[in-house]
Structures are given as C-alpha cells and as structure tokens.
Design a protein around this ligand. Structure first.
Ligand SMILES: NC(=O)c1ccc[n+]([C@@H]2O[C@H](COP(=O)([O-])OP(=O)(O)OC[C@H]3O[C@@H](n4cnc5c(N)ncnc54)[C@H](O)[C@@H]3O)[C@@H](O)[C@H]2O)c1
Length: 253
C-alpha cells in the first residue's frame, strides 16, 4: 500500500493507460478521481475499483473547459479531501504530416494535451501549496524527444510536457510539489490495437513493433502504472523535474 493517504486525480482514466493507473493507484491505497469525457465509462472504472474494495469517484470532465475542471477538483475535495497527486494522462493524437493537419485538429491537440494539463495543474496547485506537498505527473511520450513520421503536432505537445515538468519543478519543488514527466514507448493498449486492426497484416505489424524494442516486446500498461506509483509515492521524494522513459530500451537502441 504505497499510496495510502493519497488523494489522486487521473485524467483520461476511462480506458487504456489512464484506467490502468487508476486501478493500480486504488490497489495501492489511494482514493482516486476518475476524470474522462464519458460518464458511463468513468462509472464503469469506479465500479471495477469498488469491486476490488478500493475507493474512487467518477468525475466526468472535459479537461479543456476551465469551469468543468474547477468543478471536478471541488467535487473530489468534497468526496475525499484535497488532491495531492495529479496524473495528467488524457491526450488526443491526430496523425499526418504538418501541412496535412487541419487547424481544428491542431487546436484540439494543443487544447487537450497542453491546455488541459495547464488547467488541471492550475486548479490543484493552490491546495498542494497550502499543505506544502504534492506530486504531479505529465504523461509525455518518447515522441517528445525523437521524431516519428506523421506525428508532428502530437510530438510537439509531448516535448512541451517534458519541458513543462522540468520548468514547474523549478517553481514548486522547494514548496513540496514534485513535477515529473513519464515518457512511454509503444504500449499494448487499445490505441495500439486500433492501429493494428487498420493494417492489412496486423500480425506482421505487431511483430515489427515487438522487434523494435531491445526488450523484445511492446510495453504493458501495468509497466507504465508501476512507474507512476513510484513517482506519486514518497519513495520518489528526491525525484523532480525528471522525464522517466518507459520504453523497453527503444530510445537508446
Ligand atoms: N498507448 C501508447 O502506446 C502510448 C505511448 C506513449 C504515450 N502515450 C500517452 O499515454 C496517455 C494515454 O494513452 P492511451 O493509449 O491510454 O490513450 P487513449 O486514447 O486510449 O485514452 C485517452 C483517454 O483520454 C480521454 N480524453 C481525451 N480528451 C479528453 C478531454 N478533453 N477531457 C477528458 N478526457 C479526455 C479519452 O476519452 C480517453 O479515455 C496519453 O497521454 C498518450 O499520449 C501512450
């Protein structure tokens, strides 16, 4: 129970990596706010957590909207107390080379991946400052430090999140708030499954992804969640401003 006493918000927690982090956090003793766009899907994750005797609340929120973000943080406080762990995980990933990306897709990506993160931070930081304690994790990606074809706008937001964690650390670390980024490589997630399903030979593509990683396979959602547990916990009391890469060695191969 490494997260006993923590009150956490996980954005984008209705599915994929966010859901995995939320489930794991609850099993480590955290009380978890499940933030996502769709009410039914948030509720389903809360039910799963309750079935395992964890504590969670559904906080249906569009993180790009300031009023909804404020209400979400207030609801969490009323239910469980002041938020002391924030996982900024929600994101969208438009694909295509830059000149092919439509302005509305560019705006949506910046708005979700960056503005949403900013709004969530802005809403929780005053409570963390009052208590002199908090851990904020931005879910970045190895695309934030290396180029991959067709992902320019998404990659730009992920690079910005790594810079944001570093810069925020200089503002807040002395006041007890640690900010870090986590940069996954390819993770076995619904996002990957959808991509594979669109290919003419999904098995060949799957093997190609597995072979790309020195460890010989793509990552598991739990392997990203493990790193988040560490960074959110007091075990990481001297870790701030870092970007922790979780990619089976892909970046350095
Ligand atoms: N899957 C991978 O291989 C991989 C690799 C590197 C980084 N990542 C990062 O990990 C995170 C999670 O990835 P995933 O694969 O689980 O993604 P996903 O698309 O499966 O889940 C993202 C969730 O965010 C929610 N969301 C989107 N916009 C929102 C908004 N405005 N307000 C609230 N919620 C919103 C979606 O509804 C969805 O449930 C993302 O930040 C992604 O960039 C994923």
């Amino acid at each position: 129970m490494r997260l006993q006493g923590k009150v956490a918000i996980v954005t984008g927690a209705a599915r994929g990596i966010g859901r995995g982090i939320a489930l794991r956090f609850a099993m480590e003793g955290a009380k978890v706010g499940i933030v996502d766009l769709k009410e039914d899907e948030c509720r389903k994750v809360v039910e799963e957590i309750k079935q395992r005797e964890g504590e969670a609340v559904a906080l249906t929120t569009d993180i790009t909207l300031e009023g909804q973000v404020r209400q979400c943080v207030e609801k969490l406080k009323a239910e469980f107390g002041v938020c002391n762990v924030l996982i900024n995980n929600a994101a969208v990933m438009p694909s295509g080379a830059l000149h092919e990306t439509l302005p509305q897709d560019f705006d949506r990506c910046i708005s979700t991946n960056l503005r949403g993160t900013y709004l969530m931070c802005r809403a929780v930081i005053p409570g963390m400052l009052e208590r002199g304690q908090g851990s904020i994790i931005h879910m970045a990606s190895i695309t934030g430090v290396r180029g991959l074809p067709g992902l320019a706008v998404y990659s730009a937001t992920k690079g910005a999140l790594i810079a944001l964690a570093r810069a925020m650390s200089t503002d807040y670390a002395r006041q007890g708030i640690r900010t870090n980024a986590v940069s996954p490589g390819t993770i076995d997630s619904p996002m990957l499954h959808n991509f594979l399903a669109e290919q003419s030979d999904p098995e060949r593509y799957r093997k190609m992804f597995d072979d790309m990683h020195p460890i010989g396979r793509v990552g598991k959602i739990e392997e990203v969640a493990n790193v988040c547990v560490f960074l959110a916990s007091d075990l990481a009391s001297y870790v701030s401003g870092a970007s922790v890469v979780v990619d089976g060695g892909e970046l350095t191969a």
